[in-house]
Design a protein around this ligand. Structure first.
Ligand SMILES: Cc1cc2nc3c(=O)[nH]c(=O)nc-3n(C[C@H](O)[C@H](O)[C@H](O)COP(=O)(O)O)c2cc1C
Length: 138
């Protein structure tokens, strides 16, 4: 069943930009054959990732990602079946975001900013609101 998962985690200080390149290389290599799509946002201290694909493949991937030493304290914010992919053409779109001053492609409202900050702090659980915010980065 096609499903989507969003989590937030803390980027470890040892996770340098070279390590980010390696993560993206793994995504590029592994995700297309697994039919996994999604987006990865990262700042100096955080990761937010949305992954979508078959539920079994997705949970196996998340189990692997959770154990990755380049981050810690992964917190799942939303998980469930979807009718269609939100990022069908991204085998892992990625964007660096500033720690505080979020660089959105389009202007965002004060409410969206609150949702985004909640997301970063792992307290935003409304899947649709999370998705609307993530879409503004791409
Ligand atoms: C924040 C984060 C996101 C990741 N996302 C993916 C991903 O979408 N797909 C993937 O294959 N590996 C991802 N990884 C890397 C995996 O944890 C793992 O290192 C990698 O899949 C190992 O595969 P490889 O040895 O074939 O490169 C991610 C790691 C981190 C820290």
């Amino acid at each position: 069943m096609l499903s989507q998962l969003v989590y937030v985690s803390n980027r470890r200080p040892t996770c340098t930009s070279e390590e980010i390149e390696k993560i993206l290389a793994s995504c590029k290599k592994n995700n297309p054959p697994l039919n996994i799509t999604g987006v990865l946002l990262y700042s100096d201290t955080k990761f937010i990732q949305l992954v979508e694909g078959d539920a079994i493949v997705l949970t196996a991937l998340y189990d692997k990602i959770k154990l990755d030493a380049r981050h810690n304290s992964p917190m799942m914010l939303s998980y469930g079946p979807i009718k269609e992919r939100s990022f069908p053409s991204w085998h892992m779109g990625s964007k660096k975001m500033a720690a505080n001053d979020v660089d959105f492609k389009t202007d965002i409202s004060a409410e969206d900013k609150t949702v985004f900050n909640n997301l970063l702090n792992g307290v935003e659980a409304d899947g649709q609101r999370i998705l609307n915010i993530l879409k503004k980065f791409f």
